[in-house]
Design a protein around this ligand. Structure first.
Ligand code: A2H
Length: 253
């Protein structure tokens, strides 16, 4: 962790019923995957959520009605930031693994896709954010490569029980234009750098650096309430909107 605290927007990705057996104890509650993002203005382009298959998660009571699925570490931090049913004490209803989450059908704020699915990503860190990541493959190189791996490799899908209909209908959505990189910057940069898979850490770091620098300074929103505005103007506006409507919370670590 860095010296500066990092402020994330935690987007509430609602788990749609019917719940699988493992989540049955949560029937009747509002259950969300809590996805930590630094790019709230990209939420229009969500195609799926990412979970770490071997990751340890829990379903935590955030208040009287809402339950967030995330890591215990994040639940503890949230409890100290006033997001727990009981002051400064996480309240875990059930323990879950990433495997239990793969295939959950979700409704996520601002997403043009009416619903999306939770899928496996192997590079998720459990000591950062919430351990749940929302996927915007048009603009995030990690998301682009992880989705590419699943789409291209039937054996990878089979290994994690991922059904074709959870991924194949979900194409990249153009949401931001970057003069140098076009309307789907992550795809362009991953192709230019000839990145082969989600495991090519160094190349992906370079891809992220390139898209982040240009995206923030030169990017323009193509869609949504702030279409036509610069990314750096839209970001705080979208963030504020998500918080105001109760579709996201702020989380620092
Ligand atoms: B970002 P930083 Cl469009 N493990 O959100 C791995 N990655 C994680 C994570 C974890 N535990 N928690 C969050 N992240 C991802 C959107 C996005 C993101 C776009 C473009 C770039 C980008 C959609 N995915 O991040 O190390 C989340 O993905 C580029 C780094 O704290 C989060 O924002 O800077 C970002 O990494 C936080 O990473």
């Amino acid at each position: 962790e860095g010296v500066q605290p990092q402020e994330y927007t935690v987007v509430k990705m609602e788990v749609l019923p019917p719940f699988p057996t493992k989540l049955r104890p949560l029937d009747g509650k509002k259950v969300f995957l809590g996805a930590a993002t630094l790019r709230p203005e990209t939420m229009y382009g969500q195609t799926n959520a990412w979970v770490l298959p071997d990751g340890e998660y829990g379903a935590f009571e955030i208040n009287e009605t809402d339950v967030f699925i995330l890591t215990e570490r994040a639940a503890l931090n949230l409890a100290y930031q006033n997001f727990s049913r009981f002051p400064q004490k996480p309240s875990c209803l059930i323990e879950l693994s990433g495997y239990d989450l793969i295939g959950l059908r979700l409704k996520s704020p601002l997403s043009f896709n009416e619903f999306i699915y939770a899928l496996p990503m192997l590079t998720i860190l459990t000591d950062k954010g919430t351990g749940i990541v929302t996927s915007v493959p048009s603009d995030a190189p990690d998301d682009y490569m992880a989705l590419h791996d699943l789409k291209q490799k039937p054996a990878f899908r089979a290994k994690y029980g991922v059904k074709d209909e959870w991924i194949m209908p979900f194409d990249l959505i153009p949401i931001i234009n970057i003069p140098e990189f076009g309307d789907m910057a992550a795809e362009k940069v991953c192709l230019d750098l000839k990145i082969k898979s989600q495991n090519e850490k160094e190349k992906l770091a370079e891809a992220k650096r390139l898209t982040y620098l240009r995206g923030f300074t030169d990017g323009t929103m193509l869609v949504g309430e702030f279409a036509g505005r610069k990314v750096q103007e839209a970001k705080p506006l979208v963030k504020a909107k998500l918080i105001e409507t109760g579709e996201a919370i702020l989380y620092s670590e």
